[in-house]
Design a protein around this ligand. Structure first.
Ligand SMILES: C[S@@+](CC[C@H](N)C(=O)[O-])C[C@H]1O[C@@H](n2cnc3c(N)ncnc32)[C@H](O)[C@@H]1O
Length: 192
């Protein structure tokens, strides 16, 4: 937690939070993960691994779990805490494009990525378009967002970008137990 706060002070725009997400928010974000089979899960902007913990619990040894965190100090902690997860210390865009080129299909993407990647006005530049192409049939993309920011123009732009890309976008109830309170956007059925 101290590391996270330090990284926030160093790079607030990209770190986007003073403290990691709490358990209830992480569980909400991971809820669409299939309970059976061998799902492929992509965990973007994984930080020190709070969402990663929940996904690992739910996978219980099944499937494939790729966690992406481009801050090397956070990625080091993530990799130490999760030796069974494929931890990639890279830019999320680059990983998504590589997975597309490899023909990988993802059952659930959980994104904690901040505004620069999710809210560009030019929707073509939003990472959601590539995530839609990466989604397996029946797959889902979830995006975490702080609730207090929901009515700001950038947050509205995130929702517009999701709605331009997916037929169904549902916003969860506010998770008041999180600090700060937050919501999860759940997107399904890519338009592309
Ligand atoms: C709001 S934090 C979420 C951390 C964690 N998922 C959680 O919920 O506690 C956003 C994380 O995304 C990472 N990040 C920001 N831009 C990124 C990018 N382009 N590629 C990979 N990670 C990125 C930041 O370093 C930060 O750890």
């Amino acid at each position: 937690m101290q590391t996270f706060a330090r990284e926030f002070l160093r790079d607030p725009l990209n770190t986007a939070s003073l403290i990691p997400s709490g358990g209830p928010l992480c569980r909400q974000a991971a809820a669409p993960l299939p309970a059976t089979g061998d799902p492929v899960v992509l965990d973007l902007g994984a930080g020190t691994g709070q969402v990663t913990d929940v996904i690992q619990d739910r996978l219980a040894g099944r499937g494939r779990h790729i966690a992406v965190e481009f801050n090397p100090r956070l990625a080091e902690i993530l990799a130490e805490r999760h030796p069974k997860v494929e931890v990639l210390c890279e830019d999320a865009n680059a990983v998504v494009e590589r997975l597309l080129a490899e023909g990988v299909r993802v059952d659930l993407t959980v994104s904690g990525l901040p505004w620069p990647l999710t809210a560009p006005r030019d929707k073509e530049k939003s990472i959601f378009r590539s995530l839609a192409r990466l989604a397996a049939p029946g797959g889902a993309v979830t995006q975490l967002a702080h609730a207090w920011i929901r009515f700001f123009p950038t947050a509205k732009q995130v929702q517009r970008n999701l709605e331009d890309t997916f037929e169904e976008v549902v916003v969860s109830r506010t998770v008041w137990a999180n600090v700060p309170p937050a919501v999860v956007y759940v997107a399904r059925r890519p338009r592309v």
